[in-house]
Design a protein around this ligand. Structure first.
Ligand code: R5P
Length: 311
C-alpha cells in the first residue's frame, strides 16, 4: 500500500520558479482556470480543439511559448477522446520553442490496470505513463491510484509531484459530519481513510472487498454494533461504477447503521453511477473538484494553484 505523507505540500515545483510561464488549458476544470486568472500574475489561453468533419482533431496555440515553461492544465476523465489533442498540444508547444512543458492533470487516468489481470492484457498504467513521459517534462496530479505501484516514479520517467486531498477532505468532514466513523471500503482505500481518520480524530474501520468484475464486487464487514451512534463516512479515491460504494452502503444498512456520507477524491461516475448512489440509503455524496461534477463540494483547485504559482 502507498503511504500518504501528511505534511502539507507547500513547495511549488522548482522547475517553474525562475522561468517565464505560459498557461494553456485544454479540457481543464473551470475552477482551476479561474483561480489562476484571479491570482492576476498569469493569463490562461483556453484552447478548444478544432474537430474536422471526419472527427480528426487539430490544435492551435496563439500564445508566445518560446523559451517559456508551458503549464498545460487539463482534465482527462473519459480519456480516449482527449488524449490525442493533448499530445498534439505538447508537440506543437515543443516545436514553437517551449522550454519545459509541465502537465497538470488533477485526475490521473489509466492507473488502475497496474498488472496483467488476464494473460494477454498488458499493463496499461505503464504504457500510458511511458506515453505521457515522452511528451511532457513534468507532471503534477492529485491522489493518483497507487496500489501495486508505490510511487509514480516506478512508471513515469519524468519528475512527478503528487498532491493530496486529505486535508481538504478532513476539514469538510470536521465541519459537516457529527460523530464520524471513517470507513475504507477496500485495502487500496486505507491510505486515504487512515490518514483522514487521524486528522478528524475519528475511529477507522476497514472493509474487505473482492472484485469479481467491472460492475460486481463482494464485501465483508465486521460487526459495527458499537458504532451505531456514529455517522458512517465512506472514503475512496474514485467512484466509477459506484458498485463499491453501493455494496458498502447496502451492507451498512443491513447492520442498521445510519445513512452513510460517501466521499471520493475523483468523481468519475461512469454511466448511471451517480443516480444509483443518490437513490440508495445514503446521507450525501461528496467529491473533490479534480473532475467537475455536481457532487463537488471540496475544493482542491487552491492546492493545485499554490503548487504551480507559488507566492
Ligand atoms: C479501487 O481499487 C478503487 O480504489 C475504487 O474502489 C474503485 O475504483 C471504485 O470503482 P467502482 O466505483 O467501479 O466500484
Amino acid at each position: 500500500m502507498a503511504r500518504i505523507n501528511m505534511k502539507k505540500n507547500t513547495q511549488p515545483l522548482s522547475l517553474t520558479k525562475t522561468s517565464a510561464k505560459c498557461f494553456l488549458s485544454l479540457f481543464a476544470n473551470p475552477s482551476l482556470i479561474t483561480l489562476i486568472k484571479k491570482n492576476g500574475k498569469y493569463s490562461v489561453e483556453e484552447i478548444i480543439p478544432h474537430q474536422f468533419p471526419d472527427e480528426e482533431t487539430s490544435v492551435t496555440i496563439h500564445s508566445d511559448v518560446k523559451n517559456k515553461d508551458v503549464i498545460v492544465l487539463t482534465s482527462l476523465e473519459r480519456p480516449n477522446a482527449k488524449i490525442l489533442a493533448l499530445l498534439f498540444l505538447a508537440e506543437i508547444a515543443r516545436n514553437l520553442g517551449a522550454k519545459n512543458i509541465i502537465l497538470i492533470v488533477p485526475y490521473l487516468v489509466y492507473m488502475r490496470q497496474d498488472k496483467e489481470f488476464k494473460s494477454g492484457q498488458g499493463v496499461s498504467a505503464k504504457y500510458f505513463a511511458q506515453l505521457l513521459s515522452k511528451y511532457f517534462d513534468a507532471l503534477i496530479t492529485v491522489d493518483p491510484h497507487l496500489h501495486r505501484y508505490h510511487s509514480l516514479g516506478e512508471i513515469y520517467s519524468i519528475p512527478t509531484k503528487v498532491l493530496h486531498a486529505i486535508n481538504p477532505i478532513a476539514n469538510w468532514i470536521k465541519s459537516h459530519v457529527k460523530k464520524p466513523l471513517i470507513i475504507g471500503p477496500d485495502k487500496e482505500s486505507q491510505q486515504w481513510a487512515q490518514a483522514i481518520a487521524q486528522l478528524v480524530d475519528a475511529p477507522l474501520v476497514m472493509l474487505q472487498k473482492i472484485r469479481k468484475g467491472d460492475r460486481l464486487v463482494e464485501m465483508m464487514l465486521p460487526d459495527l454494533d458499537r458504532y451505531s451512534s456514529y455517522t458512517p463516512v465512506l472514503i475512496d479515491d474514485i467512484i466509477s461504477t459506484g458498485k463499491t460504494m453501493l455494496e458498502a452502503v447496502k451492507q451498512l444498512k443491513q447492520q442498521k447503521m445510519q445513512p452513510a456520507v460517501c466521499i471520493a477524491v475523483h468523481a468519475v461516475f461512469a454511466e448511471d453511477a451517480y443516480a444509483s448512489l443518490l437513490g440508495a440509503n445514503i446521507a450525501q455524496v461528496v467529491t473533490c473538484n479534480t473532475i467537475q461534477h455536481a457532487s463537488n463540494a471540496i475544493d482542491v483547485s487552491e492546492l493545485i494553484a499554490d503548487n504551480i504559482i507559488g507566492d
